[in-house]
Ligand binder design. Sequence first.
Ligand code: GAL
Length: 683
Amino acid sequence: MEDRSKLSHLRHTNLNTFYYGSPYYPEHWDEEVRVKDPELLAAAGWNVIRMAEFAWDRIEPKYGEFDFSLFDETIERFGEVGIKTILCTPTATPPIWLTEAHPEILRVDDKGIKMEHGSRQHASHFSPVFREHSRRITAAMAKHYADNPNVVGWQTDNEFHCHFSEDHSASAQRAWHEFLSERFEGDIQKLNTTWGTAFWAQTYTRFEQVPTPKRMRPTYSNPAQELDYRRFLDWGVTRFQKEQVDILREANPLWFVTHNGCFYNIDFRGQFTKDLDFLGFDMYPHFFYDPDERPARAAYWLDMVRSFSGNFLVLEHQSGPGGQGGYFHDNPEPGEMRKMAWMAIAHGADGMLLFRERCCRFGAEEYWCGVLDHDNVPRRRYREAAILGKEIAELGPQLLGTSVHQNIGIACCDFIAENGHDAMTLGLPDPRDMGKLVHQAFYERGYDVGVVHPEDDLSGLDVLLVAHLSLFDPLWCERLSTFVEKGGTLVIGARTASKDRNNNVVPDTLPGVLRSLAGVTVEEYGRQNMPEKRPLELSLGNESWVSDLWYEALSPDEGTDVVGTWQSRHLAGQAAVTCRSVGKGKVYYVGTYFTDTTMPRIVNYLAEVGDLPDVLTDPKGVERIKRYNGTQEFCFLINHREEAVSVEVPSGESLLGHTLEENTILLGAYDVAIVRINGRDTK
Ligand code: GAL
């Protein structure tokens, strides 16, 4: 297996400053405002700004004519008040002179429509011309800032693949053929065999004949080809980014290099992230419109990002309501922004930049509200940011070098499994969506749950649930069986290991490579499209319910117990959930999907039989989460409720000013407390 040891959910960023600040857009403000900004933002605790991701036109107004003055002056002014700068390569918005001279750099969607200048991300990562200009602007900026002590690091581009990630331009087609030839070692027969081109007479004789797959022309395309196309998109953007990273590292090896993800068709546990120092992430919880669902959904996103490579830098965080085109978010209420920011930190952020310094008066995001309003009068959002700034200045540095604790893991975010599924869904939800339901079922009951990739360090986990990773890598088996032998509880959802990593169905009896570990055979499976019409009742422990989406009738091996049984129709009496003891642990196989009907029952059952670690006993709506290193534990208590609540906490030192009386803290509405416990070697 490829060495991915570097990318672990337990890894921290290695930053030695906890950065707090915002993106900053000097190109949007006149001189009068710009001169006052450094002091205004320093007073709110800023120690960093991020700049230039959309400013290519300012830096190189004409081909080859560079003008760094606006950024030089801004970096200098902010530097004078102790605020450092993260710069960005500005390749998300190439200037008009470039697209005018080279319209061939524009991306083309799967309907053949060419993108245009006028919004952003319109250029192709596969275009040799665009790549050359990307290297050129990166080199010019890197050279200019190499010795500037106020520039501490870089963000590549901006949110690669955030709007759409496909590309069918002529450059993309050529690169596709290059990619395929590399992947299949120049042997077209290998492609034919791997993709199963015998089906529907797809046999190719040359790589140049292979089209990029487009939707429904006239009907479904080959799922293996679709998956390889997603691999190709990842390969292309990784190569594009690497060219920038190499230039930056050569100019100044002390700079950190990151990227603000996490969007589609990029393998964030792959080379893309290995080329960076750590991942960055943009967190906008108010895209989750229902305030009751928001904490669980935000927690899942943050845990998912951490599962890619560990702690991360939040390069953009919601600070006001976001508004664009046809939507406008709820305005965070007083205290909500601070709470959300601490929540992101509790879940692994090693730095926090609030988007954005001030609402812009023009452009597609003129209602994307920031810390300051259009009129630049500091109001409650600024005051709240200043409180947060003060707290972070004191506590942030102590959190660097700590990892986020979790003892229940969900294996659900895997690039190949997700994209393979996407290429042929059968109308079933993808592993990432299923992971959300599994996460929520534990999170809402106060368990210490997160997301962990099967390749990752599983040592701190008591329980690992595999959320229907149908495209399962056989190389994960060894890790999973070691985890179980040492005492872990593994819970495998239906359809896991039913396909290979090329998106073809495995020839083995299911659950394929997991059959011996789980000690079970899948005798029959089926989709449940209208479970209310032909209900299949399932009983587990003290509960029975009608399953949905999918059923599997199981046959246990000798020594495997049947713990759940089908109760109705032709399945009556057959095994639905099995359990096998292996070493010191157990393997459950669940013959249905982890839906929101099924998942709470599974949690109940696991709790009942004593397979779950303790619930953290706070009242509903108060989240508890820990960051730790070898000697200290930081326990975060986050009140997502609109009213004050009193919570029990472990004895330790209260760090955010709450009085700790008899191990109880009173948390205000949307309040956050942190308790430090010294001398605890959490693992
Ligand atoms: C992010 C993006 C920013 C800005 C923000 C608000 O996704 O990186 O440039 O667009 O959203 O829409």
